[in-house]
Design a binder for this molecule. Structure first.
Ligand code: KIV
Ligand code: ZN
Length: 529
């Protein structure tokens, strides 16, 4: 056990601790894989915005996860850094190895306790109870901040749930997380379950109860808030609600709900809500999961008032239709667009306004792209600038687009001539296809033959007007591995080519990580083996 470890019980009964699992449960969502540097960046943003606990990954799952959790642990400033471990001693040891360099490490260990989940490792109730005692004790001997979760708690028999929670508390867990793993519960049940557990389980008043909800029935936010009313003081959530299937509870929703409705939910969090919008955009970009337009808090339309009646009301008094101010979540008030005469200082000031901090080299890069864009587009809006920031690449990729020329019309197939760098050498190919995007993707495949299957191809306009940039998302699957790419350009076909190439580069990284001949599937936290 380290001396510097500090427990994280809320300082007072009205404080709700925010536990963000974007980098673990969120990243586990098929296709949401992030690169190492992206994970570091998101962790830094979470730390800066006041997230109390960052679940940085699942260290035993892969070398990449281990490295990411270790480095996030070393760099963390305020947040507790937590790693996930199954109820197995090697998992817990690996997790501790990864988090131990954080000033505030936490081990989160779990096992599926419902009848369906107990059947996977084929354990009886007694055998599982012994396993919980052994593994929580082991974790507690390594680290004085241990969280334990009975996975699928909401479908676990009441008596057994109470029994195993008591065992975990006695073995030294200081946070008990109650997962609604399959998004099955509803708000009344959610509140009631926590309330009854706190009233029934011996030692419950000594620990923090957490709520971890999935959104399969669209009730994750409501269930998490209800759990707080029932006595939970830690909410587990992800940015944009990222996560498997319908996702996890969205951080921005629970935090803003507690802020706006303090009259009926008198609790507070430590989150700097002005940082919400920026991190939402970054998570969307690096995960390749676009935010739906009408998503609460962070959707493009969340603060847009189109109808005449609404606009009239808004002009007279913003409170007529707005329950929170856009600036509270980090949306800058309407500001003037930049144009081709705007200089580097104006661009830097605009980035600052948008909450984006860049170093001199990155600014130089963004400025070049900004000038190129301003030559093609009269007015460069805030969203355009954010898309430019996103488009700056890490460099050193296997494939890089050099040039693309497309000829298409109504009378026949489209023709794409593509010049692309493959492992540092220029190649070119001309292909025909059913439309310009099809022809372009064929040309990419001609220069870089691959068996990746296109799972998703999506186009969004960044701003209004026919000269708007298009953001294209591409998701590919090969041998069970999934990777996404996202890019923006005023030319939709160019954006498509760049997004496709980025997804292929990411697949290559994942293939290298797994290694030739190795089992391509990384360990899933659901495999209890
Ligand atoms: O949904 C779930 O049950 C989980 C556990 C690992 C906490 O993510
Ligand atoms: Zn989960």
């Amino acid at each position: 056990m380290t001396e510097q470890t500090k427990p994280t019980a809320p300082v007072d009964k009205d404080r709700v601790v925010i536990f963000d699992t974007t980098l673990r449960d969120g990243e586990q969502s098929p296709g949401a894989t992030m690169t190492h540097n992206e994970k570091l960046e998101i962790a830094e943003l979470l730390d800066d915005m006041g997230v109390d606990i960052i679940e940085a990954g699942f260290p035993i799952a892969s070398e990449g996860d281990f490295r990411a959790v270790s480095e996030i642990a070393e760099r963390s400033k305020q947040s507790v850094i937590c790693g996930l471990a199954r109820a197995q001693l090697p998992d817990i040891d690996r997790c501790w190895e990864a988090v131990r360099n954080s000033e505030r490490p936490r081990i989160h260990t779990f096992i599926g306790t419902s009848p369906l989940h107990r059947a996977i490792p084929n354990l009886t109730q007694d055998e599982m109870a012994d396993r919980i005692h052994e593994t929580v004790t082991h974790a507690r001997n390594l680290c004085d901040n241990v969280q334990w979760s009975p996975m699928d708690a909401t479908r676990t028999e009441w008596d057994y749930l109470c029994r195993v929670i008591e065992i975990a508390i006695k073995a030294g867990a200081s946070t008990i997380n109650i997962p609604d793993t399959v998004g099955y519960t509803e708000p009344n049940e959610s509140a009631d379950l926590i309330r009854r557990l706190i009233a029934t389980v011996p030692g419950a008043d000594e620990v923090v109860f957490a709520t971890h909800c999935h959104n399969d029935l669209g009730m994750a936010t409501a269930n998490s808030l209800a759990a707080v009313l029932g006595g939970a003081r830690q909410i587990e959530c992800t940015i944009n609600g990222l996560g498997e299937r319908a996702g996890n509870t969205a951080l921005e929703e629970v935090v803003m709900a507690l802020k706006v409705r303090g009259d009926v939910m008198p609790f507070y969090t430590n989150i700097d809500t002005k940082k919400i919008m920026h991190i939402s955009r970054r998570v969307s970009t690096v995960s390749g999961f676009p935010v739906q337009f009408n998503k609460a808090i962070v959707g493009k339309n969340a603060f847009a008032h189109e109808s005449g009646i609404h606009q009239d009301g808004m002009l007279k008094n913003a409170e007529t239709f707005e329950i929170m101010r856009p600036e509270d979540v980090g949306i800058a008030g309407t500001s003037l667009p930049l144009g081709k005469h705007s200089g580097r200082a104006a661009l830097r000031a605009k980035l600052g306004e948008l909450g984006v901090e860049v170093g001199d080299n990155q600014l130089k890069d963004i400025f070049v792209r900004f000038k190129e864009l301003a030559d093609r587009k009269k007015e460069v809006f805030d969203d355009d600038i954010l898309a430019l920031v996103t488009a700056t690449t890490d460099g050193g990729e296997k494939l890089q687009l050099i040039n693309l020329k497309v000829v298409c019309g109504t009378g026949g197939p489209a023709e794409a001539t593509l010049e692309m760098e493959v492992d540092g050498r220029d190649h070119s190919a001309t292909c025909h296809g059913d439309g310009p995007v099809d022809a372009t993707f064929k040309a990419v495949r001609e220069l870089h033959p691959n068996a990746a299957r296109l799972q998703l191809y999506q186009v969004h306009a960044v701003t209004e007007g026919t000269d708007a940039q298009a953001t294209v998302s591409v998701r590919l699957e090969e041998d069970g591995m999934i990777a996404t790419g996202q890019s923006a350009d005023t030319d939709t076909v160019v954006a498509s080519a760049k997004a496709y190439i980025q997804a292929l580069n990411r697949l290559a990284i994942r293939r290298e990580k797994v290694g030739p001949g190795a089992d391509k599937r990384e360990i899933s936290y659901k495999e209890l083996g």
